[in-house]
Design a protein around this ligand. Structure first.
Ligand SMILES: Cc1cc2nc3c(=O)[nH]c(=O)nc-3n(C[C@H](O)[C@H](O)[C@H](O)COP(=O)(O)OP(=O)(O)OC[C@H]3O[C@@H](n4cnc5c(N)ncnc54)[C@H](O)[C@@H]3O)c2cc1C
Length: 642
């Protein structure tokens, strides 16, 4: 292993105050220096990304009086990937009186993340969860309500309480409209300048501080540089490294990967979440996968035939010949076990030949009981848009036949390393939302990503960035033409290869390698093989890539090529991280490390740390910095959901 990476100095400082857990955030808020309102007007902040994290941050920072410049590659900030979030957002409100509390949400999240997240961050997240709901309600977000008018909740995986607030199957969209509306007010007031259809292609670092970004206007092809006192990346996750995922097609790693190349450490890159309930792959032509929200597991029952190779239609398989395997194996949580547990269980029944549908890569998610209990109207009011979406894609009516589902890549827990202040290892570069690694450990619980993105954007960053900006405004930035020239040169190189394979073709091949060797389960032989295949594919990319058109206008092939080039570098780090972590944990199942009954076996003695990687050059061994994790309030144990 020593040949593939170099051991670096451990990370000893995360800036979480050394006071009792419940007081840490309050203490940090008090010790963070303030910037007076007159000075805020003189300070500028670039926010890249307008999903829930970026939009909430931009709106709040501008409301505080900072000059904000906001970038996204969509044609409107409102169309960021967060709009796709379906199921809901967690909050420890305990409206149901079912025993929820801040401590329980904290406990569930640390446990759900398989004891690989920081207690300090998770506790803060649980504390702030309640304020997010109040904020969103004040904005008019139309959360579902009960007959009496109270906000309704439902259950999500890994929890025995009902703490997930939702707006039908469109929670992300409604929350994003709320955040965007807050942004729009600031755009109107002139405190936010927006740059849609603009892609960040590099980070500008001056005298060791992040001072700006180099961007490309996706419509005109113009390259420009923008400088500020601080830069915030809210650019989402990198699940599309796998080519097929539930993420929006545009999601990519370029912003965080470029920042990594400029010195920001990248944490836990192999921690990918595989979501159990997606519409199965239907063929090699496919370019993306569709999620069926976890909320469906509130009422849908997951089953396969007891006998391997049983190809009868589901309606002809009697009750006694069905295996409701999640309910059987995990009676306490049933169909609502966390995603990593459910995904592995689905894979194991399919591997045993009991899967259903083409290729046996599917299990049933059956609503027959729910339809009997709630009636069609009841089911429709909860999941109507999801059922319609399923029928449109598969042609099957889930009111009549069970859905077929299979696990797919969904979320990345890894991301740029940040301290308790959400500050990366480059001074002045803050990273929020899915783009950072901070709160979910080795497995994110359902409905916790929206919670984290909004906690970061509405509440955490606006406090902590002030502590950094209290030293500003920073000296005027001199000549930054070098950074811009590097971007222009890279674009020219992508166009100049003039080969015979499209970026999409390379992406598909890379995705297959990652899924096969660094997907739901991994082993040393496979990972070593991937570490040979990926660099070879990268070489081929730079000699056979074909990008039609030019850089001087809208060119989606060029956009794609740049993103795939970055995925080809990141993928190697993902495999290397997976190779070095010889334990199983959360979404990361290492075949060599399992219990006798096939459950993931963690190795706390050896791996209770965050792996933060330093870039040293393409194809060169990265440096590993370890941040030890300590658990003083939740004792790491073998996770049990049975
Ligand atoms: C189908 C689906 C359903 C989900 N449902 C839920 C759910 O119910 N509950 C839950 O908690 N989580 C859910 N998630 C996860 C959740 O949606 C995401 O983790 C979350 O929305 C990410 O928000 P974000 O603000 O960090 O990033 P995103 O929403 O991904 O936004 C990224 C932003 O960055 C911009 N950007 C990226 N790169 C660049 C660049 N180089 N230059 C310029 N701009 C750039 C994009 O334009 C965009 O504005 C779901 C995920 C999927 C895929």
């Amino acid at each position: 292993m020593s040949t593939v990476f170099v051991e670096g100095t451990p990370i000893s400082e995360t800036r979480a105050p050394d006071v009792p857990l419940e007081q840490r955030w309050e203490r940090r808020r008090f010790t963070a220096r303030l910037v007076n309102p007159a000075n805020r007007r003189r300070l500028s902040i670039i926010v890249v990304g307008t999903g829930l994290a970026g939009a909430s941050a931009a709106a709040t920072l501008a409301e505080l009086g900072y000059q904000v410049r906001s970038f996204c590659y969509q044609d409107s900030p409102r169309r960021a990937h967060s709009i796709a979030a379906q199921g809901g957002i967690n909050a420890a409100k305990n409206y149901r009186g079912d025993g929820d509390s801040v401590h329980r949400l904290f406990y569930d999240t640390v446990k759900g993340g398989d004891f690989r997240a920081r207690e300090s961050n998770v506790h803060r997240l649980a504390e702030l969860s309640v304020r997010i709901i109040d904020q969103a309600v004040a904005q008019g977000v139309p959360f579902a309500r009960e007959y009496g008018g109270l906000l309704d909740t439902r259950s999500f995986g890994g929890a025995q309480v009902s703490r997930t607030f939702y707006a039908r199957g469109q929670t992300g969209q409604q929350l994003l409209l709320g955040a965007y509306q807050a942004m729009a007010r600031q755009i109107h007031l002139g405190r936010i300048a927006t740059h849609p259809r603009t892609e960040m292609l590099d980070l500008v670092v001056v005298d060791g501080r992040a001072r700006g970004v180099v961007v490309r206007n996706l419509v005109t092809g113009e390259i420009s540089t923008h400088v500020a006192d601080a830069v915030v990346l809210a650019t989402g996750g990198y699940g599309n490294a796998f080519h097929l995922s539930t993420n929006a097609k545009g999601c990519n790693a370029t912003a965080i990967w470029r920042a990594h190349r400029r010195g920001a450490l990248f944490a836990n890159p192999c921690f990918t979440q595989i979501h159990p309930t997606c519409i199965p792959v239907s063929g090699g032509h496919q370019s993306k996968l569709t999620l069926m929200s976890e909320s469906l597991r509130n009422d849908g029952r997951v089953w396969v035939p007891v006998a391997a190779g049983d190809t009868r239609p589901p309606s002809q398989i009697p009750e006694a010949e069905r295996d409701y395997f999640l309910e059987r194996r995990y009676p306490a949580f049933g169909n609502l076990v966390p995603r990593d547990i459910a995904s592995r269980a689905v894979k194991s029944v399919c591997d045993a030949g009991r899967g259903v549908g083409p290729g046996g890569l599917g299990v049933y998610l059956d609503f027959a009981d729910a339809l009997e209990r709630l009636g069609r109207d009841g089911v429709e009011s909860r999941y109507g848009n999801l059922f319609a979406m399923y029928e449109r894609i598969t042609g099957d009516d889930p009111y009549r036949v069970p859905m077929r589902i299979y696990p797919a890549v969904h979320y990345t827990m890894g991301g740029l390393w940040v301290d308790y202040d959400l500050h990366s290892t480059i001074p002045g570069l803050f990273v929020i939302g899915e783009a950072n690694f901070s709160d979910h450990g080795a497995n994110r619980l359902g409905a916790s990503a929206l919670m984290q993105g909004l906690a970061d954007g509405y509440f955490v960053l606006p406090t902590t960035i002030g502590d950094y900006l209290a030293d500003g405004p920073f000296p005027a930035v001199g000549d930054v033409s070098g950074a811009q020239a590097e971007v222009e040169d890279r674009i020219a190189r992508l166009l100049a290869v003039d080969g015979d394979r499209s970026a999409e073709d390379f992406h598909r091949e890379l995705g297959a390698v990652l899924w096969e060797h660094c997907g739901m389960s991994r082993n040393e032989t496979g990972l070593r093989k991937a570490l040979e295949l990926i660099p070879a594919l990268r070489v081929e990319f730079w000699s056979r890539l074909r990008v039609p058109g030019s850089g001087a206008a809208l060119n989606q092939s060029l956009e794609k090529a740049g993103r795939v080039a970055d995925f080809l570098e990141l993928a190697e780090l993902m495999c290397l991280d997976a190779l070095h972590r010889t334990e199983s944990c959360g979404g990361h199942f290492r075949e060599e490390s399992q219990t006798a009954d096939g459950e993931a076996r963690r190795d706390d003695a050896a791996f209770s740390y965050v792996a933060a990687w330093e870039f040293t050059g393409v194809g060169r061994p990265p440096v590993l910095h370890r941040e030890a994790l300590s658990f003083d309030h939740v004792t790491p144990s073998q996770r049990s959901y049975s």
